[in-house]
Ligand binder design. Structure first.
Ligand code: ZN
Length: 255
């Protein structure tokens, strides 16, 4: 199985109808995994946890979106045996089997386009907010055996995610930071500069504006951690958010 990172944007993307969701749908249509392991920006907690219920609920973990997405259901089954397998692969890092967390909107807005029938089992792995970026890059690498077992490992976040600027542009916002950071990131991705991308906090002021908090960027590092040395990144879709500043919608697959 390849590994893939999706720039997920708004919960409204669950309903499809734009060039990003069209690209996600096309990606899902040509790939039929046995299960999906989802690493989403929106499960950002103290500790490493994995969903372990047979029927995970659909979380509506946002307040600013009304209408159909506020009652959207993604009824894919979980897979407790796979959750245990993940726990074993990540040992000795302690992994809690979590029977309460369901699919958050970073998971279901992508999955609803990849597998609209919700007939592929899904488990989610949390991001540990107490750990540095390198931890997430290295931890994900230990999930590599799952790729040979038919499990599609998915990261869901946004490589540029500055909601403050997106909603209310700053008077002193420097010109061109988003374009510069995007070009720098794409160049490092093409060159396989994982060290530079992991140490993003040292990439300067443009990176600080693009990644004001780690949550939406860390799933990208998880997918980089799973990229094999003989695999080239394949862009699924790229661009800025529809009508929103401060959002990078890069989606990229490896393998
Ligand atoms: Zn998000």
């Amino acid at each position: 199985m390849p590994v893939v990172f999706f720039g997920h944007g708004s919960p409204q993307n669950a309903l499809g109808g734009n060039r990003y969701t069209d690209a996600w749908s096309a990606f899902g249509a040509q790939l039929r995994p046995r299960a999906v392991l989802m690493i989403s920006a929106h499960w950002y907690v103290a500790g490493t946890r994995v969903t372990a219920s047979a029927r995970p609920r659909t979380n509506h973990d946002f307040v600013s979106f009304k209408g159909p997405v506020s009652s959207f259901e993604y009824p894919a089954p979980g897979e407790v045996a796979l959750a245990r397998r993940v726990r074993d692969l990540l040992a000795p890092v302690p992994v809690a089997l979590d029977e309460r967390w369901g699919y958050d909107h970073g998971a279901w807005n992508v999955l609803a386009n990849l597998y609209p029938q919700a007939d592929v089992p899904v488990i989610e792995l949390s991001l540990d907010r107490t750990q540095p970026p390198r931890f997430h890059y290295e931890l994900a690498a230990r999930l590599a055996p799952l790729r040979d077992e038919g499990v599609l490992i998915v990261g869901s976040g946004n490589v540029i995610h500055n909601q403050e600027i997106g909603r209310n542009p700053w008077p002193d916002e420097p010109d061109g930071w988003e374009r510069r950071f995007h070009e720098d990131l794409r160049r490092r991705l093409d060159n396989g500069d994982h060290a530079g991308l992991v140490a993003y906090e040292k990439l300067g002021p443009d990176a600080q504006l693009a990644i004001p908090t780690p949550d939406h960027y860390l799933p990208f590092l998880s997918i980089l951690g799973l990229q094999r040395s003989d695999e080239k990144p394949a862009i699924v879709v790229d661009g800025e958010g529809t009508g929103i500043d401060g959002l990078g919608m890069l989606s990229v697959a490896m393998g």
